[in-house]
Design a protein around this ligand. Structure first.
Ligand SMILES: [Zn+2]
Length: 320
C-alpha cells in the first residue's frame, strides 16, 4: 500500500509499519512522530496508530487512505503528544493513554496541574500555550498502566515505563516486527549528525538518575531484541547502531558541564536555595530567555529552573 499525504513524511520502518512525521509543525511543541501499524491478515484486522500527534488536516488526509484505524495509543501527557489527538477521536478512533497523564488529553486544566505549572504560573499562561500549539481536548480516553502489554485483536504492543521524562511516559516494543519506539526519551536527531536539545527533564517530577537508568534499559532491549529504533523526533536507527544512547548520555553530560561552568561564575557566598537558582537563571544556561517575552518567557523560566534543580540534585547525589 502506497500512502502519500502532502505535508507528511511517511517512511517504512519494516513490513506494514510506517513512521509518520509532520514536516512543518506550526509551533515547537505541537507535533510528534509516531508509527502507523497497517492491518495484516493474520492478527490485526484494523490499523493502529502509535503516538502520531499531527495536525487535524493531516489526520483527515491519512484516514482517507487508511481505512479502519481503530486504536490510537498516546505515550504521555506532554503537549507535543496530546494537542491534536482529538482529531483521531473525531474520526472514530479509540484513544488510549497511560495513567495518570491520560487526564491531560481530556482537560487542559489537568495538564496545568499534572506537571506543576500551577505552582508558579497562572492558568492563563497554559491556556495561551495550549492555543499556540492547537490543543483541543478529547472526549473519552481509555487508560492503561505503564508496563502493560496492550492487545488489539491479538496484535500485541509492549509498553515500557520510562519515568525519568514523566510519570506516565512509555516507550513501545512491537515484538512481531522487533521495533523499539523510545517515544520522548531524548533521541531527537532529525538526521544523522543533526543534534537537537536531547533529553528533557524540565519538570519537578523528572529525575536525571532515573533518566540514565531508562537509557540503559532501552539500550539493552535494543541490543537484545530489536531490529529498529524509532522515536518521537528522529530518524530510523538500525540494530546495532548505538548512536541514540551515546547521544542522549552525551547531551546530559554536556548540560551538566554547563551547570558546573555557570557555578564557577557565581559568588561562592551564594550557595543556598532560591538565591543560587536565581543567579543561575540569569545566565540563560539552557534557553535564550533574554530573547523571550510574555507567556513563553514564564514557561521557559519554569523549565530551566527545574532543569537546573535536577542537575544540582544529581550533583549532590554523586558527591555522597
Ligand atoms: Zn515529553
Amino acid at each position: 500500500m502506497k500512502i502519500h499525504v502532502e505535508g507528511l513524511q511517511i517512511t517504512p520502518v519494516s513490513q506494514g509499519i510506517l513512521l509518520i512525521h509532520q514536516k512543518r509543525p506550526p509551533f515547537y511543541f505541537s507535533c510528534c512522530d509516531g508509527l502507523l501499524i497497517l492491518p495484516n491478515k493474520e492478527n490485526n484486522r484494523n490499523a493502529i496508530i502509535l503516538d502520531a500527534n499531527i495536525e487535524p488536516i493531516h489526520v483527515r488526509a491519512l484516514v482517507k487512505q487508511v481505512e479502519s484505524i481503530k486504536n490510537y495509543v498516546c505515550s504521555h501527557g506532554h503537549m507535543d503528544h496530546i494537542a491534536h489527538v482529538h482529531a483521531w477521536e473525531e474520526l472514530g478512533t479509540k484513544i488510549w493513554a497511560p495513567h495518570p497523564e491520560n487526564s491531560c488529553l481530556t482537560d487542559l486544566k489537568h495538564f496545568y496541574e499534572s506537571f506543576g505549572f500551577n505552582d508558579k504560573l497562572d492558568f492563563s499562561v497554559i491556556r495561551q500555550f495550549g492555543k499556540i500549539n492547537g490543543y483541543e481536548k478529547c472526549k473519552k480516553v481509555n487508560t492503561f498502566e505503564p508496563g502493560d502489554v496492550l492487545d488489539f485483536d491479538g496484535y500485541k504492543i509492549e509498553t515500557i515505563p520510562l519515568k525519568g521524562h514523566s510519570k506516565s511516559h512509555v516507550g513501545f516494543f512491537l515484538p512481531e516486527e522487533k521495533i523499539l519506539h523510545v517515544s520522548c526519551l531524548g533521541f531527537d536527531m532529525k538526521n544523522p549528525g543533526k543534534e537537537g536539545f536531547g533529553p528533557w527533564y524540565g519538570f519537578k517530577e523528572c529525575s536525571i538518575s532515573q533518566y540514565l537508568l531508562d537509557i540503559d534499559r532501552c539500550e539493552k532491549i535494543f541490543l537484545q531484541n530489536a531490529r529498529y529504533l524509532t522515536s518521537s523526533h528522529s530518524y530510523i536507527v538500525n540494530h546495532p547502531d548505538l548512536t541514540p544512547f551515546k547521544y542522549m548520555r552525551k547531551k546530559i553530560g554536556e548540560n551538566h558541564a554547563k551547570i558546573e561552568h555557570a557555578l564557577k561564575n557565581i559568588n561562592p557566598k551564594i550557595n543556598t536555595g532560591e538565591e543560587l537558582i536565581g543567579e543561575l537563571l540569569k545566565q540563560d544556561i539552557f534557553f535564550p530567555k533574554r530573547k523571550m517575552k510574555d507567556f513563553l518567557l514564564e514557561i521557559y523560566t519554569l523549565w530551566e529552573e527545574w532543569m537546573i534543580k535536577k542537575h544540582l540534585e544529581w550533583r549532590r547525589d554523586r558527591q555522597k
